[in-house]
Write a protein that binds this ligand. Structure first.
Ligand code: HEM
Length: 665
C-alpha cells in the first residue's frame, strides 16, 4: 500500500514540508492521522476469516445470530458486508440498539435488546418518515414537532446510510502538493485532501457501495426500453422548466462520467469534487485550452458565446453529450467567470496576478454553483418544506431555520439546538478526517439514479421554429449558436418550455434514435441506460430499496396504482425482484410530498449531497474570507441564479422569476 509505505518513511518534518508549508499548525494533527492510517492499514492486511468476522459481530456488537457464518454474510448484515476493519471502525461507536436496528433492517434477526430498537425505529423513525414524506400529515402537530420529526428522519437515515460508505486508501502515485495547492483548487482534483492527495482526483475509481443482486434471468433491455417510450400524445410535464434540466446535466458533468467506449472502466473521467470541472477541465492541458493566456479569463467568441473548434467541438471543460442546453449554461457561466475575474482587479487593483485572478474566480464560481444547486435547484425538484429546510441547513447550518420564518417555535428550536455551529454545513470548519471516517468518491448508484433522460422534451420551439432533440444535439447544436443573441434566445425558450415528468411512459422518442457523431447508426439511449446499470452490477430496484433501508416490495402491484403502468410492467417482468433500477425509479409511487422523483433516488442523494460539501476542504475549513477574499466570500453568499442571468442578459429581467428553474410565463 503505497501511502502506508510512503508515510512510514516520512519524518514529521517531511510531513510539514509536503503538506503544510503554509499551515504548520496542522502538522501534529497530520502526524496523528498518518499513524492512525498506518495502524489501520496494518490491520487491514491481516487475512479476514469469516469466522472471525462473525465472532466479532457477535462479541463486540453483542449481536445474536442463529445460522451458519455463510448465512450471516448472505443476509447482508451491515457488520459483515463491509470490509472487516471498516466494520470495526464504524460499528464500535454504535450503541447495541443501533446494531439491532441495522440487523432488523437487514433481515429481522433476533437481537438481545429488541425493545429499545423497536421503540426507536417504530417510534421516532416511523413517525418522522410520515412527517418527512408529508409535512401536512394528519394529525397536525405544531410546526416544531412535525418539521422536527421530519428532519430527524432525514438526519438519522443519512447517518445510517453513511455508515455504509467505505474507507479505502487512494494511492498517492507520486503526487506532491505545492504550496499553491493549499490555496487554490488544482486542475486535476489532487491536493484537496491534505493527507491523501489523490482522493477525488480525475481517473480515480467511482465506487460501488451497494451489492449486486443475485444473478437471474431478466427480460431483454429492448423489451424493457419499449415500455418506457413516450407516446405521441402530449407528455406529462412538471412545474419546473428545461433550464432545470440543462442545469442538472451540466452538474453531472462536473461530478462523474464513465468512459462510454470502455463500459467496464470504473474510472471517473472528471474530478469527483464540486469544482466546476465541466467548465475548467479535469487536467492542466484542458484547463490551458479553455483559458485566455496571461489573463484570468476564459475563451468566448466575438459575440460573447462559447467558442467552438473548426469541427464544431465546444472549447470547454467537458464537451460530451452536447446540446443547445449545455451551450446555454456554459456560455452563461463562462461570461460570469470573466465578469468575476474583472471584479477581482477592480476590488483589489494590482494585488493579484492573472493566475491568482483565474484561481480565485474558479473557487468562487464553483462555490456559487454548489450553493445554487443546494438551495435553489434541489428544493425546486423536492418541493417539500422539510426537505428544503434540510437542504438549506446543508449550506447555512441551523441559521437556515431563521430564514425559514419568524415563528416563535422555530426561533426557540434554534436556541435549543445551539445555533449555527450545531450542524455541519458549508464553512463551519468540521474536518473531513473526522467526518464519518470514509473516503470521498462519487458512487455508481449516484450515477445510476441520475439517469434522468425522461426530463428532456422531444422537441422545443425556439423563435417560432420547432426543433427536435436531434436538431439540438451534438454538432447540430453548433448550427444554432452563430447568432449574436443565441444564449438569450435559448434562455427564453428553455425557461418557457416545461420539463417532462420522471415517469414510466415518458422517455423521449427522439432518444430511441439519437444520431451520435462517430456511430454508424443512431443509438437507442433508453436501451443503453438499462444495459449500463446491468453491466455495472447495480442492484435491481427492489434490492436497492432493501439496501437503502427501505421496506422491499412483495409484488409488482406494490409499485404503482395505475392499471396501465401495471400492465406494462407485467408485460415484461414476472416478479418484483426482476424490475430494473431505472424502471423502478420512474414508476415507484413511493414519492414524498412535492418530490419530482422517488424515495430511492432521494436516499442516494441524501448521503452524497452532504458528502460532496462536507468532504471538500474548499467548502469547509477553507470556505472563508481569508481564502476566498472578502469580496469573493460575499459574492458566493449573496449570489443567486437570477442575479447571474440578469447580469448578463438584462433584457430578460422582467421575465425571469425569482426562481429561474420554475416555468417562465
Ligand atoms: C440532449 C441532451 C442529452 C444527450 C444528447 C445525452 C446523451 C447521453 C449519452 C450519449 C450518454 C452515454 C451513454 C453511454 O454510452 O453510456 C449519456 C449518459 C448519461 N446521461 Fe445523458 N444526455 C442528455 C441529457 C441528460 C440529462 C438532462 C441528464 C440528467 C441528469 C443526463 C444524465 C446522464 C447520466 C447520469 C448518464 C450516465 C453517465 C455515466 O455513465 O457516467 N443526460 N447521456
Amino acid at each position: 500500500l503505497p501511502v502506508k509505505q510512503e508515510d512510514a518513511d516520512l519524518s514529521k518534518e517531511e510531513h510539514c514540508r509536503l503538506y503544510c508549508e503554509e499551515y504548520s499548525a496542522i502538522c501534529p494533527q497530520i502526524d496523528i492521522q498518518s499513524r492512525a492510517r498506518r495502524s489501520e492499514q496494518a490491520q487491514l492486511s491481516q487475512p479476514l476469516s469469516l469466522e472471525k468476522c462473525v465472532a466479532d459481530c457477535v462479541n463486540k456488537a453483542k449481536f445474536r445470530f442463529n445460522g451458519t457464518p455463510q448465512d450471516f454474510m448472505n443476509r447482508n448484515t451491515i457488520q459483515c458486508r463491509r470490509n472487516h476493519l471498516h466494520m470495526q471502525l464504524q460499528e464500535q461507536n454504535l450503541a447495541t440498539s443501533d446494531h439491532c436496528l441495522h440487523a432488523m433492517f437487514a433481515g429481522k434477526e433476533r437481537c438481545n435488546s429488541i425493545l429499545p430498537s423497536t421503540v426507536y425505529y417504530y417510534g421516532l423513525m416511523r413517525v418522522g418518515k410520515l412527517y418527512f414524506e408529508d409535512p401536512y400529515y394528519e394529525p397536525k402537530t405544531t410546526l416544531l414537532l412535525s418539521y422536527g420529526l421530519g428532519l430527524y428522519y432525514e438526519g438519522a437515515m443519512r447517518g445510517r446510510l453513511q455508515t455504509r460508505m467505505p474507507y479505502f486508501e487512494v494511492p498517492r502515485q507520486g503526487v506532491t502538493c505545492p504550496a499553491a495547492a493549499r490555496k487554490y483548487r488544482s486542475a486535476d482534483g489532487t491536493c484537496n485532501h491534505v493527507t491523501m492527495p489523490r482522493m477525488g482526483a480525475v481517473n480515480t475509481p467511482l465506487i460501488s457501495t451497494l451489492e449486486p443482486s443475485p444473478p437471474r434471468t431478466l427480460p431483454p433491455v429492448k423489451d424493457v426500453a419499449a415500455i418506457l417510450r413516450r407516446p405521441e400524445n402530449p407528455s406529462t410535464v412538471a412545474p419546473f422548466n428545461q433550464i432545470a434540466v440543462a442545469w442538472i446535466q451540466m452538474m453531472t458533468h462536473d461530478w462523474f462520467q464513465h468512459d462510454p467506449t470502455n463500459p467496464d472502466s470504473k474510472m471517473n473521467r472528471v474530478t469527483h469534487w464540486w469544482d466546476a470541472s465541466q467548465l475548467y477541465g479535469s487536467t492542466l492541458t484542458q484547463q490551458r485550452a479553455v483559458r485566455v493566456p496571461n489573463t484570468g479569463k476564459l475563451r468566448l467568441d466575438k459575440h460573447q458565446e462559447l467558442n467552438y473548434t473548426s469541427t464544431g467541438i465546444p472549447i470547454t471543460g467537458f464537451a460530451d453529450n452536447w446540446w443547445a442546453g449545455l451551450h446555454m449554461m456554459h456560455t452563461l457561466f463562462v461570461r460570469e467567470h470573466n465578469w468575476l475575474a474583472d471584479q477581482f482587479e477592480l476590488q483589489y487593483p494590482g494585488v493579484y496576478t492573472a493566475n491568482d485572478k483565474f484561481q480565485l474566480t474558479r473557487l468562487c464560481l464553483s462555490a456559487l454553483l454548489a450553493k445554487i444547486h443546494t438551495i435553489e435547484w434541489t428544493p425546486t425538484l423536492l418541493d417539500n418544506p422539510v426537505a428544503a429546510l434540510g437542504l438549506h441547513t446543508n449550506w447555512r447550518g441551523v441559521d437556515a431555520i431563521l430564514e425559514y420564518g419568524t415563528q416563535f417555535e422555530l426561533q426557540l428550536a434554534y436556541r435549543i439546538v445551539g445555533g449555527d455551529q450545531s450542524v455541519p454545513h458549508a464553512g463551519n470548519g468540521t474536518t473531513r478526517e473526522t467526518m464519518y471516517n470514509t473516503t470521498f468518491a462519487m458512487t455508481e448508484e449516484f450515477v445510476a439514479v441520475y439517469r434522468m433522460h425522461p426530463l428532456l422534451p422531444d422537441d422545443m420551439e425556439i423563435e417560432g421554429i420547432t426543433l427536435t432533440l436531434n436538431d439540438l444535439s451534438f454538432v447540430d447544436a453548433r448550427k444554432l449558436t452563430k447568432s449574436v443573441k443565441t444564449t438569450q434566445t435559448l434562455l427564453q425558450a428553455f425557461g418557457t418550455t416545461p420539463a417532462n415528468t420522471l415517469s414510466l411512459q415518458n422517455y423521449p422518442r427522439q432518444l430511441y434514435g439519437l444520431e451520435k457523431p462517430g456511430m454508424s447508426q443512431p443509438i437507442n439511449l433508453a436501451e443503453i441506460d438499462l444495459q449500463r446499470d446491468r453491466e455495472r452490477n447495480l442492484p435491481r430496484y427492489n434490492d436497492m430499496r432493501r439496501q437503502l433501508l427501505l421496506k422491499p416490495y412483495k409484488r409488482l402491484e406494490d409499485l404503482t396504482d395505475d392499471e396501465t403502468e401495471l400492465n406494462l410492467l407485467k408485460s415484461v417482468y414476472q416478479d418484483i425482484d426482476q424490475v430494473d433500477l431505472m424502471v423502478g425509479c420512474l414508476v415507484d409511487k413511493d414519492r414524498p410530498y412535492g418530490f419530482a422523483f422517488g424515495i430511492v433516488p432521494f436516499h442516494v442523494f441524501l448521503v452524497m449531497a452532504s458528502r460532496r460539501i462536507l468532504n471538500d476542504r474548499f467548502f469547509m475549513e477553507d470556505f472563508n474570507a481569508k481564502v476566498y477574499t472578502d469580496f469573493g466570500y460575499n459574492y458566493v453568499q449573496s449570489g443567486s441564479l437570477k442575479q447571474v442571468m440578469v447580469r448578463h442578459f438584462p433584457e430578460l429581467n422582467d421575465q425571469i422569476p425569482d426562481n429561474p428553474f420554475m416555468n417562465w410565463t
